[in-house]
Design a protein around this ligand. Structure first.
Ligand SMILES: Cc1cc2nc3c(=O)[nH]c(=O)nc-3n(C[C@H](O)[C@H](O)[C@H](O)COP(=O)(O)OP(=O)(O)OC[C@H]3O[C@@H](n4cnc5c(N)ncnc54)[C@H](O)[C@@H]3O)c2cc1C
Length: 495
């Protein structure tokens, strides 16, 4: 008999967010309910913590929030590490304000903690984890769920509307929007649960790094001590942590939303887009909080609707899609017709092929592509309109379609703060052939529609903007000998 959800969770209004990851029992004799966070790095309106608090209250146990940062995740760099540490510090501070204990470990040469999550789980009644459908968070939680001897429950913290209530039969964005839109109102109000049990202060199998009391200089020291890519610097555009997210939210309300419907596609505008995606990716802010700000903003209805469509239709559609795919990162996720037409053209002459070095550094023969890539390289983010050109053009700039896919995922994942996300692979898949086939087109692309750079180049000032953007001073990164493609190619096992 499969174990049902515990009553404390099945009776919860947010129950559709929760699913069992294994069939093991809850152990009420545990010391705490463990909330193991990997990416949803916020303490408020975090359904993983709220589910843990509900279960803990029912069992008479406290919640223990744990976040660990390893050095060996793919593409670990100063840029990603520092952004994550800033978010983790604020997570711990806000947990403390909520009366919940939060412990952290940052792996480094003089302090490694092998198997820490297993040791923490061994003292728990149950483990709550976020339901992330891509990359490390997915692989790790699946591995741990299979190995521990107690219940592990996954909770969706990324989406406004829990994907589980949408059914499993939606095949297009249009159908998704139709089903998703009428449900949104039901999920807009968050209710943090108050822990009835005092914050956990019992024994631990390690000494926590206590990021909550760390200064910026302390966090910088953690980064410096880690065996990671130190050549990729922090992004000056995206300060880490809750303050960074809240500044961006305010900017969105005051400067972006008033004209969003008309300026969102203009990459030359400094305030055309919200730049919230890094904070959403790492869960520093959730869609519910963003939507509350949208509702409160003074802006035309058309702008609010457009923004809600991007945040709720497009973002949540790619989460929904990824949840149904065994490996959303792999080339074989793109539509069959696109794989067929790209394979039929794989042998076409490719005079525009570039080296990985030129691609990574934005030093190709294509000025517009360089302008796009330098945003990834320097800012750790790229404007949506540029991403659409970048994702199409890379098909002609690489030796074959599967290498093109792996290269696009690699550049996006290594450099962009919002990479490694369901939106990463979903959007690249859309560039490689989302929707329906077009008419047989030029060499290399076959029936995959192409895209020009006209939406930027033909704007007033567009050519000058592109020329400047393509030559921004940049750093030099280490280029791997071979493309690290194993994650992305068809049929390759995941790490
Ligand atoms: C080839 C390609 C790769 C992409 N890679 C990523 C990625 O790695 N991570 C990522 O979060 N987005 C990705 N996107 C989607 C989109 O470009 C970014 O979400 C957006 O540019 C982020 O900037 P913003 O926060 O200013 O967006 P805004 O225009 O302000 O939109 C608000 C929010 O809506 C969501 N959103 C907007 N557009 C999309 C979209 N097309 N798909 C899904 N969600 C969307 C994002 O969460 C975004 O933060 C990619 C798009 C393309 C074409």
């Amino acid at each position: 008999m499969p174990h049902p959800l515990p009553d404390a969770l099945s009776s919860w209004s947010e129950a559709p967010r929760v699913r069992r990851m294994n069939e093991r029992a809850i152990r009420p004799e545990g010391r705490y309910v463990l909330c193991w966070l990997q990416q949803a790095l916020r303490a408020r309106d975090n359904p993983v913590i709220d589910a843990g608090v509900r279960l803990g209250n029912d069992l008479g146990l406290p919640v223990l929030v744990y976040h660990g940062l390893r050095e060996d995740y793919p593409y670990a760099s100063d840029r990603l590490h520092r952004f994550i540490l800033g978010a983790s510090r604020d997570l711990a501070r806000e947990c403390r304000e909520r009366g919940i204990a939060c412990v952290q470990h940052v792996d480094r040469a003089d302090r490694r903690e092998k198997g820490l999550v297993y040791r923490l789980a061994a003292d728990s009644a149950a483990v709550m984890v976020e339901d992330q459908p891509t990359f490390v968070a997915r692989w790790q939680s699946e591995r741990v769920a299979a190995r521990i001897d107690r219940a592990m429950l996954a909770v969706n913290a990324a989406c406004l509307v829990p994907p589980a209530i949408l059914g499993d039969d939606i095949g297009s964005t249009t159908a998704f929007r139709r089903r998703h839109q009428p449900l949104r109102g039901d999920w807009l109000v968050a209710a943090d649960w108050t822990a009835k049990v005092a914050a956990y202060d019992g024994p631990l199998p390690f000494t926590s790094d206590r990021l909550d009391v760390c200064t910026d200089a302390d966090l910088d020291r953690f980064v410096a001590a880690a065996a990671i890519d130190h050549a990729l610097p922090l992004s000056p555009m995206f300060p880490a942590g809750r303050d960074g997210a809240l500044v961006m939210l305010e900017r969105m309300m005051d400067e972006v939303l008033p004209t969003y419907a008309t300026t969102r596609n203009d990459a030359t505008q400094a305030v055309g887009a919200s730049m919230l995606s890094p904070y959403l990716h790492f869960g520093v802010i959730g869609p519910r909080e963003v939507m509350a700000a949208v509702e409160a903003a003074i802006a035309p209805a058309a702008s609010k609707e457009k923004f809600a469509d991007e945040l709720l239709t497009w973002r949540e559609w790619f989460h929904y899609q990824a949840l149904t795919l065994p490996a959303p990162e792999r080339y074989d996720r793109i539509s069959e017709w696109a794989r067929e037409t790209l394979a039929a053209h794989a042998g076409d002459p490719r005079p525009e092929v570039e080296t990985l070095d030129a691609l990574l550094h934005g030093e190709t023969r294509d000025e517009t592509w360089n302008a796009c890539q330098r945003q990834f390289l320097i800012d750790g983010w790229m404007h949506n309109n540029l991403r659409m050109y970048w994702g199409k053009r890379i098909i002609a700039m690489t030796p074959d379609p599967e290498i093109a896919w792996a290269t696009a995922c690699y550049l996006n994942d290594r450099l962009s703060l919002d990479g490694r996300d369901p939106s990463t692979y979903g959007n690249i898949a859309a560039s490689f052939g989302g929707g329906s086939p077009g008419r047989e087109g030029p060499a290399i692309y076959g029936k995959v529609p192409t895209r020009s750079d006209g939406s930027t180049r033909h704007r007033p000032g567009g050519p000058a903007w592109l020329a400047a953007a393509a030559t921004r001073p940049r750093q030099t990164l280490v280029v791997p000998d071979g493309l690290p493609t194993a994650l992305y190619l068809s049929g390759e096992p995941l790490v």
